[in-house]
Design a protein around this ligand. Structure first.
Ligand SMILES: Cc1cc2nc3c(=O)[nH]c(=O)nc-3n(C[C@H](O)[C@H](O)[C@H](O)COP(=O)(O)OP(=O)(O)OC[C@H]3O[C@@H](n4cnc5c(N)ncnc54)[C@H](O)[C@@H]3O)c2cc1C
Length: 419
């Protein structure tokens, strides 16, 4: 669930900028200039927010409620910045006011830089929002946003003072934001994963139905995590491209880390077909706030397919005397796709509060609220819900649960995608 603190922080900073901009507007500025440059400044602060969120800094997870929420906000602030940029572009006076030296103005590239930034921003956002582009192609193209950002900095730093006072009170705030935003971009593109990732050895690869389990032995410090969290996995070697996020499916007290990976696209197919034990893997994390210990005594866990992984880690970690009343609804297309079902049923024998409800759609048992309702002893609003699986499944279920009286705060979801 999105935490509001982060959103409030963004609103407060933008409101502060607006107040400073309006209160200390240079006298020479006409109201139209003051208003449209303010919109340009808001666009820049929204872009800066996107840059900061893309660092994946862990303290930000507390403000926004997890990395998946941070990426949602990153997308919203990026898209909103385009709206403000467009209003700024069409609204800002194009004719130079009297007193501005035309030759000096022609020599500084402010307007062309702003124009190029706008074109690249429109193109980059069109690419970013196009879900048909595969992630590995999309990622390098998305870095174009960095170019937009630096062009915008150039645009306002070289703007004639009649349009933008660089060292006015609001100008200094924008200047500080530019330093933080540029630093965030450089950090996320050039340093992030290498510096903070932990090295692991790929000790074993276990085959499962349409999935592989990677068993990673620590080469140095072991990652500590809470069940339900995920980490970015990067396989050493130039053919393996970028790190990918996977939920840790082992329990925190195990010696090794385990990830269960289902084939979904190019990278995961390569894992299934080409990855061999023995090599080095870098793991960065943990991330995420999908924590079943935060729920009440009566919980429903809904796993759709590979969405079982956060629950696997949690159940493997549960002590025999766990008193909670938990129903794990495990929905797959067919029985053989229900990974680790036997192990889960064994855990249900040792944990008296845990009940496993497998739903196989080929037998007519779909992950739907009315079907779940039939199989649960109590009324739906009496439980806390943790949903993990494809959005096409968790979205409608969450909507139906709310329609049946389940509160928004009772529903926790983990999305297995950031875009
Ligand atoms: C928080 C989280 C936890 C996950 N846990 C698991 C798990 O336990 N087991 C499992 O099998 N899968 C898990 N996934 C999904 C897994 O990350 C994708 O299936 C995998 O990255 C797909 O890569 P691909 O190149 O094979 O497929 P593609 O077709 O390239 O990607 C499919 C989708 O996966 C996402 N994705 C792909 N690459 C990345 C990346 N480098 N970084 C971020 N997102 C990416 C994008 O949303 C993309 O649209 C998880 C995803 C997230 C976000």
């Amino acid at each position: 669930m999105l935490r509001k603190q982060g959103v409030y922080a963004i609103i407060v900073i933008i409101a502060l900028f607006m107040a400073l901009h309006l209160a200390f507007a240079p006298e020479a500025h006409e109201p139209r200039t003051t208003g449209t440059t303010m919109l340009g400044g808001i666009a820049f602060l929204l872009m800066t927010t996107s840059m900061i969120l893309s660092t994946r800094a862990r303290f930000l997870e507390d403000l926004f409620g997890g990395l998946d929420r941070m990426y949602q906000v990153h997308k919203v602030t990026g898209t909103m910045s385009l709206i403000f940029v467009l209003i700024h572009f069409f609204g800002v006076p194009k004719e130079l006011p009297a007193g501005v030296d035309e030759i000096a103005n022609a020599l500084v590239p402010s307007a062309p830089m702003g124009m190029i930034a706008l074109i690249v921003l429109v193109l980059s956002l069109a690419i970013t929002l196009n879900r048909k582009i595969s992630y590995s192609r999309w990622r390098p193209m998305h870095k174009l946003m960095g170019l937009v950002y630096f062009l915008v900095i150039g645009h306002f730093m070289t703007a004639p003072a009649i349009f933008y006072e660089r060292f006015s009170t609001s100008g200094i705030l924008i200047f500080v934001a530019a330093i933080i935003g540029a630093g965030s971009f450089l950090y996320s593109v050039f340093g992030m994963n290498r510096k903070t990732a932990l090295p692991y050895k790929l000790a074993a690869i276990n085959a499962h139905e349409r999935a592989k389990e990677l068993v990673l032995a620590p080469m140095g410090a072991k990652m500590s995590f809470t069940p339900g969290q995920f980490a970015f996995v990067e396989v050493a070697g130039k053919d393996w491209n970028e790190p990918h996020p996977f939920t840790i499916s082992s329990a925190p007290d195990e010696d090794n880390l385990r990830f269960t990976i289902k084939v979904l696209g190019d990278w995961t197919r390569k894992v299934r077909e080409e990855l061999e034990a023995g090599g080095e893997v870098k793991v960065r994390g943990p991330y995420g706030r999908f924590d079943m210990s935060k729920g009440g005594n009566k919980q429903i866990w809904l796993a759709g397919g590979i969405g079982i992984t956060p629950f696997l880690s949690t159940i493997r970690n549960m002590k025999d005397d766990d008193e909670r009343d938990i129903h794990l609804v495990y929905a797959t297309r067919e029985e053989k796709e229900a990974l680790f079902l036997d192990e889960l049923l064994d855990h249900a024998k040792r944990l008296k509060g845990l009940k496993i409800i497998p739903l196989f759609s080929d037998e007519g048992n779909f992950a739907r609220v009315d079907i779940m309702e039939e199989k649960l002893p109590d009324a739906l609003p009496g439980y806390d819900y943790f949903l993990c699986g494809p959005k096409a499944m968790t979205g409608p279920i969450s909507k139906d649960l709310k329609a049946k009286g389940v509160g928004r705060k009772q529903i926790h979801m983990e999305a297995f995608e950031f875009r």
